[in-house]
Design a protein. Structure first.
Length: 82
């Protein structure tokens, strides 16, 4: 009843055939040597450590502000009930 009806020829034959050609020889260009100094590595690592510490400080500050807001809201709600 719900069986699919397949056509007699599901895919038409290709109109053209691919004829492989001889691959061109790969030309390698001479790349300049890149040297990374120790000072650059130290600078990048120091910057990463400083940025991570700042991000952690912002996160801790945000959590402490949120906790203080919850405590103040609780105190004010109790005060207004009296």
């Amino acid at each position: 009843m719900f069986l699919p009806q397949y056509p007699d020829s599901p895919t038409p034959p290709p109109a053209h055939t691919h004829t492989p050609t001889d691959p061109a020889p790969a030309r390698r260009s001479a790349l300049p040597a890149v040297s990374v100094s120790t000072g650059a590595v130290v600078a990048v690592l120091t910057g990463g450590v400083v940025l991570t510490a700042l991000l952690a400080a912002v996160a801790v500050s945000a959590i402490s502000v949120a906790v203080a807001a919850v405590v103040l809201r609780s105190l004010l709600r109790d005060h207004n009930r009296r």
